[in-house]
Ligand binder design. Structure first.
Ligand code: GTP
Ligand code: MG
Length: 422
């Protein structure tokens, strides 16, 4: 099985339902008032952490996710129904990036992380909203707003406090399986673990996330074995538990091989604090190997374990807990960097474009402005007023001026034209 930790997706929130134009037509009230109801809100696309998930595999098959549109308004001032949000369950440590703006829209790094990635469009207003003293029978309404759309890159950066690192088959998965609820695959052949697996480890009243990683081998940092792809997952581990198989011929060399790989990988992994665990102390030559190891590294603290029978692990967990207290978190995106600080901000796409057609003639195009245009009854003064207010709210006059439009120039929106008055 392949480990998927990156996938791109098209997301689209639902459009808001349109408001409608309707009038009461009651038998005894022929001049009944406006009664067009509001459109409902479109569904949003929301990402939520689910600790049962450890990969983005589901999303790879999704490719596109969209929420439903809100319902249009109904007669008798009745609202159209809002649509349900689409909740996308993702593993802890998922980062969502907008591919068009390069902006990080969400960093789901806590167990209760939940982020709206695409906001559903607001519903339009029915004509009863526009009833006024001047116009008791408005025959216009507004359309629903479009739901937000994004092309995103969804990336999983494992978010473990502690990572289990070592050669294949030294007992890393066995370690995780006895100290957490995780159920990693364990077997006596190398590269049993193909994808990182996370477990929650409870020590007294605190807990930390422990990652079981695929085995590293010599040359991993140059892409050998499975190690290379996963070394990057260690990047955010604040602490490494370095597991050695004391039944091996030469644990000293094993220890050095792994440290050398950590060193070669960019990101100063060799400086990451380590707890050294001498596992498989039940093996024949283990005692003797440990003795040699200790002689070679007299200042190194070494914990003796037999992960298979859950022996000697508590002291390791306590030491990890104590060390974590002092170790800083590694934020994925440094909040101190101003350019990366703009998170969760949605830039509205341009409302319109302006074309200079020469001889003082300008043309304005844009979905929103054209919709507004179609929605306006130009024989109704109120509606025209609303239209021009909407245009100034969109800062059309400013934009025209900026482009060089001058007093008296003619501005077209579809086949409607007006004179530009600065
Ligand atoms: N004798 C002995 N065997 C152990 C001990 N701990 C684990 N094993 C065995 O070692 C083998 C490998 O264990 P795993 O936990 O799968 O090793 P791993 O480090 O996760 O291996 P990879 O996923 O391939 O990198 C299994 O057969 C385990 O039963 C131990 O304390 N003593
Ligand atoms: Mg394993």
């Amino acid at each position: 099985m392949q480990f998927i930790d990156k996938t791109d997706l098209k997301l689209k929130a639902g459009n808001g339902g349109n408001g409608i134009v309707a009038f009461k037509r009651e038998k005894y009230n022929p001049l009944g008032g406006p009664s067009g109801g509001d459109g409902g809100k479109g569904g949003s696309v929301i990402f939520e952490v689910d600790t049962n998930k450890s990969t983005l595999l589901d999303l790879r098959f999704a490719k596109a996710i969209r929420a439903k549109d809100g319902e249009n308004g109904k007669t008798n001032n009745m609202y159209g129904a809002s649509s349900e949000d689409v909740i996308v369950k993702v593993p802890l440590g998922t980062v969502v990036k907008d591919l068009d703006t390069d902006e990080i829209v969400a960093d789901l790094n806590t167990l209760d992380s939940r982020e709206v990635i695409c906001e559903g469009g607001k519903g339009g207003k029915g004509n009863y909203h526009f009833k006024s003293a001047r116009n008791s029978a408005p025959d216009y309404c507004t359309l629903g707003e479009p739901g937000q759309e994004r092309n995103v890159l969804v990336e999983l950066k494992l978010l473990a406090d502690v990572g289990l690192v070592g050669l294949p088959s030294v007992g890393k998965s066995t370690f995780l399986s006895v100290v957490s609820n995780a159920k990693p695959e364990i077997a006596d052949y190398p590269f049993t673990t193909l994808k990182p697996q996370l477990g929650m480890v409870k020590v007294d009243d605190s807990s930390f996330v422990l990652a079981d990683l695929p085995g590293l081998i010599e040359g991993a940092s140059e892409g050998k074995g499975l190690g290379h792809e996963f070394l990057k997952h260690i990047e955010r581990c604040r602490l490494i538990i370095h597991v050695l198989d004391m039944g091996h011929e030469d644990p000293i060399t094993d220890y050095q091989v792994i440290n050398e790989e950590l060193k070669k990988y960019p990101g100063n992994l060799e400086d990451r604090p380590q707890i050294v665990v001498a596992n498989k102390m039940d093996m024949e030559n283990a005692e003797e190997n440990l003795k040699k190891f200790r002689e070679h590294y007299p200042d190194l603290e070494v914990f003796e374990t037999m992960t298979l029978i859950n022996e000697g692990l508590m002291p390791v967990l306590y030491r990890a807990k104590d060390m974590l207290k002092e170790l800083p978190q590694f934020p994925l995106y440094d909040p101190k960097k101003a350019e990366e600080k703009v998170v969760y901000k949605y830039e509205k796409p341009e409302d319109f474009t302006i074309h200079n057609e020469g001889n003082g003639v300008w043309r304005v195009e844009g979905e929103k402005i054209e919709r507004l245009f179609h929605n306006t009854d130009f024989s109704d003064d109120d509606a025209v007023l609303r239209f021009s207010r909407a245009l100034s709210k969109m800062k059309l006059d400013e934009a025209l001026r900026e482009k060089g439009c001058q007093n008296g120039d003619q501005v077209f929106i579809e086949d409607y034209s007006f004179d530009f008055v600065d």
